[in-house]
Design a protein. Structure first.
Lengths: 142, 305
């Protein structure tokens, strides 16, 4: 359902408020079917915002996006999908760990998707965002 | 003292509900078609969204985790439903029907609000408020608020049309227990039908379980084939008043030539509550269950004779 909306109804994202309504429905979906995902998102949110240079903003599809000095380090959708852009080399290494998957839409790019389903996934999600943050933070400081 | 009572949490509940009920109250008397009030789509979508956003504004300093925000918003919905019962005179069944919409959009509004009010989020925009206002005003002034529909149901009766006909025109009290969940929790269901005479123009009454009566007038009287009646007066029940008008009903009989008859029940109605994509699902379901209760009774009476 989520993929269908993003793939085929993505053009509606520029309608004011519609992405936020969509995101709110994803959150409600999570609350009903996998409420622990919401706790994970809160944990990730609190941790990531404590890092240097991080600012939270809205993702174009309504999710929670973390930027480091204006560059995106990753974003989480209300249904627990964490998307991050890495280099293809790092993506290969992460895929070998077996926890992440190709991005739910852009499979042949450096984008990865990590599906948060249980409490323990918060730590790995923070690790992935930390990896992205350290790279962007380093390159920005240089 | 007042600060202890009117905490941020209480203000979130209070202000959002006062704003919501006030706007609905005003629109309820303002939006009408020739004296018939209508309840527009925006009242069930935009106002709950706005209520959620208002409550989130008061709760922003509480830094509520997602689950707690959802829980507070759910309490807010219960309060809104209670206030609608007290101040807007809505029936309990109506409020049950409307509650999924209210819950969805109040909760959605709270999360949208939380997102919008975040301190680091400097892109909140007047465009959101403008978009809400634009949709509300556009819906109120230029929205299409005319909707009529027909529901049709079929039952095969193991009897010939001449044996069925008298039970179609009028029928004895239905003793069968209700199976439809809304009837079980108190929505009135049809129990009896009486008729003044067997001719076009004769009065017919459809009596419901709570004593309410639909006054009907026979428009077509073709024995063994077609009984059509117009509803000339429907009860002033808060569950249906200003929400739906039943316009016409019809039973047609088709002889299958093998000792069975196809009994078809049709009803035409007009909705005064919007959005249609939500309320028509309920209207169809309720009408269908009214049909089936009556038609099953006609089937039993006809097959047992």
């Amino acid at each position: 359902m989520f993929d269908f909306v993003v793939r085929h109804l993505g053009f509606l994202k520029s309608v004011p408020l519609l992405p936020q309504v969509f995101e709110a429905f994803l959150i409600m979906w999570s609350f009903i079917f996998k409420p622990e995902v919401l706790d994970c998102i809160d944990t990730i949110h609190d941790e990531v915002l404590s890092w240097d240079g991080i600012k939270e903003c809205r993702h174009k599809y309504g999710g929670m996006q973390f930027d480091c000095y204006g560059k995106e380090i990753g974003h989480i959708h209300g249904n627990g999908i964490l998307d991050i852009l890495f280099s293809k080399k790092i993506k290969e290494q992460l895929l070998a760990e077996g926890k992440i998957k190709d991005h739910h839409i852009f499979a042949n790019t450096g984008w990865i998707s990590f599906y948060i389903t249980k409490k323990e996934d918060a730590a790995y999600a923070i690790k992935l965002l930390g990896l992205s943050w350290s790279k962007i933070n380093k390159s920005t400081i240089k | 003292m007042l600060e202890k009572i009117f905490t941020a949490k209480v203000k979130g509940y209070l202000v959002s509900n006062v704003v919501g009920i006030t706007i609905i109250g005003i629109t309820k008397y303002w939006m009408d078609q020739n004296g018939q009030p209508i309840i527009i789509f925006s009242e069930f979508v935009i106002i709950p969204l706005l209520m959620g956003m208002i409550s989130a504004w008061f709760w922003q300093d509480l830094q509520l985790p997602s689950r707690k925000l959802l829980l507070y918003s759910a309490y807010n919905c219960f309060l809104a439903i209670l206030l609608s019962y007290i101040f807007l005179g809505e029936g309990i069944i109506c409020l049950i029907i409307v509650s999924p919409l209210i819950f969805c959009f109040v909760i959605a509004g709270a999360f949208i609000g939380r997102n919008l009010y975040k301190r680091n989020n400097d892109t909140l925009n007047v465009s959101v408020v403008l978009a809400l206002a634009f949709v509300f005003i556009g819906d109120a002034f230029w929205g299409n608020h005319q909707y009529e529909n027909e529901v049709s149901d079929t039952v095969i009766v193991h009897a010939t049309p001449d044996k069925i006909w008298k039970n179609v025109v009028s029928f004895k009290r239905i003793e069968q227990k209700n199976a439809f969940w809304l009837f079980k929790i108190g929505m009135p269901s049809p129990i009896e039908s009486t008729v003044e005479g067997n001719y076009v123009g004769a009065g017919r009454k459809c009596i419901f379980s709570n004593g309410y009566v639909f006054d009907e007038r026979i428009a077509t009287y073709a024995p063994g084939k077609d009984l059509t009646f117009d509803i000339v007066n429907q009860p002033k029940d808060p569950e249906i008043m200003n929400h739906i008008d039943i316009i016409r009903g019809q039973f047609t009989l088709k002889d299958n030539g093998d000792g069975t008859t196809t009994l078809i029940g049709n009803s035409w109605y007009k909705l005064y509550v919007f959005p249609v994509w939500y309320y028509d699902i309920w209207a169809q379901s309720i009408t269908r269950n009214v049909h089936l209760r009556v038609m099953q009774h006609i089937k039993e009476l006809s097959e047992n004779n």
